[in-house]
Write a protein that binds this ligand. Structure first.
Ligand code: KG4
Ligand code: ZN
Length: 329
């Protein structure tokens, strides 16, 4: 079997991601070509709780991380011998979950005396746009919408960004997940609402689109409005209309603010990343925006390996003392 790292001279980055409920590993070349991208979602394990249970997530990361790494290397036709450096999400996320990935990455890098690249998860989402075959040119305005974050970013260089706006309460993905729970849908809720909304009327209910000052977001009002509606009518009967109208309100808020930020900064390129960027209505409502393929919107190892290309590597063995962080820094 041909080994991409051997003989061809191409350097391989092994990227690990375990910040939430996806155990992921990928092999990416220095040029940003994805050789393998393996994601094992634990969503089914958390579904009965309606959200991620941190302790359950950590335990499963522990069981899955090495099989997932092995599968990624196999798929890339490589071994650890062909890996040039190991990249891993250091934060933000669930601390126990992060520590599993970080410890595994340290062990893998240490065993081969490789450098380790600690990657910020948010930088990772943005770096999903720098992967081949068509990496996005700079500068651009980026909407990062996931289960944990909703941010508007001005991106002038690949290793950093400036935060222009953020959510004052829930993240957009969190609003989708909480809304889905109110409608009795499964977890994760975003994809479920997306699916159901296709057969519903988005104008059936006038859910509020919060307009807070500046370029920030707020999703608590729309969530409360949905809660009140579910109390006063037969949810089962109106499920699709509720899902469509709720999704419309969230998407409208995201689109309005993204366009406003692009105008204010004078950026003519808009990009959307993060789990919510997989939403079909958001993609349709912002046709001018660049978005990664859906599998690179939700958490994955390829985006972490991609970000490592623009982050500082910590030489062997200094990284052994590195800690994870739960909150954005
Ligand atoms: O980026 P991600 O995988 O993890 C975090 O960093 O949080 O994002 C997960 C979030 C979840 O809240 C999920 O409901 C949402 O992304 N999501 C979607 C869709 N697919 C995933 N939201 C709306 N529409 C979708 N199709
Ligand atoms: Zn994420």
């Amino acid at each position: 079997m041909e080994r991409p790292g051997a003989g061809t001279g191409s350097l391989l980055i092994l990227g690990l991601e375990t910040s939430c409920d996806e155990t992921a590993a990928a092999v990416v070349t220095e040029a940003g070509e994805i050789k393998a991208n393996v994601v094992s979602s634990q969503a089914h394990l958390h579904a009965k709780f309606g959200g991620v249970v941190p302790e359950v997530a950590s335990r499963h990361h522990l069981e899955l991380i090495m099989p997932v790494v092995r599968e990624a290397l196999d798929e890339a036709g490589a071994t650890l011998e062909n890996v040039d450096r190991v990249a891993v999400t250091r934060g933000p996320g669930l601390i126990g979950a992060l520590l599993v990935g970080l410890s595994a990455a340290k062990a893998l890098a240490w065993a081969r005396k490789l450098p380790l690249v600690p990657v910020d998860h948010l930088q990772g989402h943005v770096a999903s746009l720098y992967l081949g075959p068509k990496p996005l040119d700079l500068p651009f305005l980026c909407l990062l919408a996931s289960g944990g974050h909703t941010l508007l970013l001005d991106v002038l260089e690949r290793g950093s960004f400036t935060v222009l706006g953020t959510t004052l309460d829930d993240a957009a993905g969190e609003a989708f997940d909480k809304g889905a729970r109110l409608l009795g849908l499964g977890y994760p809720g975003g994809a479920e609402i997306d699916r159901l909304a296709r057969v519903g009327d988005p104008e059936a209910f006038a859910f509020p689109v919060a307009r807070v000052p500046g370029l920030d977001f707020s999703f608590s009002g729309v969530k409360t409005a949905l809660l009140y509606e579910t109390r006063s009518l037969d949810v089962e009967e109106r499920k699709a209309d509720l899902a469509a109208s709720y999704q419309r309100a969230i998407v409208r808020a995201l689109v309005e603010r993204a366009r406003e930020a692009a105008e204010k900064t004078g950026r003519d390129r808009i990009a959307v990343v993060g789990g919510v960027a997989a939403n079909s209505e958001l993609r349709a409502a912002l046709p001018e925006a660049v978005a990664p393929p859906p599998e690179l919107c939700t958490d994955n190892g390829a985006m972490i390996a991609s970000a490592a290309r623009y982050s500082v590597a910590v030489p062997y063995p200094r990284y052994l003392g590195l800690d994870a962080y739960a909150q954005a820094i």
